[in-house]
Design a binder for this molecule. Structure first.
Ligand code: UTP
Length: 293
């Protein structure tokens, strides 16, 4: 087994405009939209912590300071909860601040996901690191990023998360070409962004979890703007794949595209149904609604 540096840091890009969620994203960052009462970003942070990563780097932008505030201590709120004897709420709020060590970097201009990751270079320096996109919520045990970390530890190469898309929809996604090495893991040969209908090399698309070596930074710095004038992470990954090698792992679990309206509603429903406090009532209410609709 190859000896590899441990992954101690994760980058959480959250500087996008969230246009698929307008109008609410005019005022509220997409990453703070609640899955019942927990913001999407907190679910990502908890996934990192559950996977052994506590050093987190948030990439934010103008108008999204609420994201950073969310993880700060609120002295006034704590005092109020203390006075009212709301111990459980107080514990919950405090736990949030102690969860992880969170740094933030501003992306001055929305120049794409690749550029957002490059913004973290000064804090990541020369270590391998994880990247999590809030749009992809994955309910899984072990957690999704842990599944990638295990593959990284075995092969010592960059790893991307893979998800099988329905047949005929490959042209909508970034699709990989690779060979199976067993256990849902693939050694990748190439990445094809939105292949022409009928020409996709597989049905496995790249979804929002990555473990990357620091070698991705000089590649990103030299990646020319692609689709939409943005620096695309996928373009840099294709270069990394050719120069250094890249693996993919098919995620085990339930995935929701929470960056899309339907996916978001389904994620809220799923998380609500699994809650011990409200699950039964939500199920009864939803069944009644379905009968009437
Ligand atoms: P998306 O392509 O989903 O863009 O970005 P978006 O702005 O979040 O949402 P839509 O598509 O307009 O509705 C994927 C991830 O990359 C981050 C986003 O915050 C999201 O986590 N991102 C994107 C940046 O951090 N900076 C960018 O310049 C672009």
């Amino acid at each position: 087994m190859a000896i590899v540096k441990p992954v101690r840091k994760a980058v959480l890009p959250a500087a996008g405009f969230g246009t698929r969620f307008l109008p609410v994203t005019k005022a509220i960052p997409k990453e703070l939209l609640p899955i019942v009462d927990v913001p999407v970003i907190q679910i990502n942070v908890e996934e990192c912590v559950a996977s052994g990563i506590r050093d987190l780097i948030l990439i934010t932008s103008r108008g999204k300071d609420a994201l950073i505030d969310y993880f700060d201590r609120g002295a006034e709120l704590e005092e109020l909860l203390e006075r009212k004897g709301k111990r459980a709420d107080l514990e919950m709020i405090r736990r949030l601040t102690d969860l992880a060590h969170i740094s933030a970097i501003r992306q001055a201009e929305a120049r794409g996901l690749g550029h957002a990751v490059l913004c973290a270079r000064g804090l990541v320096v020369d270590e391998p690191f994880a990247v999590l996109l809030g749009d992809d919520l994955v309910e899984a045990d072990p957690p999704a990023i842990r599944q990638l970390l295990d593959v990284y530890a075995k092969y010592g190469k960059g790893v991307v998360a893979l998800w099988e898309v329905p047949s005929g929809q490959e042209h909508l996604y970034g699709i990989v070409d690779g060979e199976s090495v067993g256990g849902g893991v693939f050694r990748l040969h190439n990445l094809v962004e939105k292949p022409e209908p009928g020409k996709a090399p597989s049905r496995l698309s790249i979804v929002g979890r990555y473990v990357l070596p620091p070698e991705i930074f000089p590649i990103l710095a030299n990646t020319k703007p692609g689709q939409g004038g943005e620096i695309q992470l996928t373009d840099a990954l294709a270069t990394l794949c050719a120069s250094d090698g890249l693996y993919g792992v098919r995620l085990r679990g339930e995935r929701f595209d929470a960056g899309d309206r339907t996916g978001y509603v389904l994620a809220v429903l799923r998380y609500a149904l699994r809650r011990s406090d409200i699950g039964a009532a939500v199920r009864a209410g939803a069944e009644k609604l379905l009968r009437k609709t």
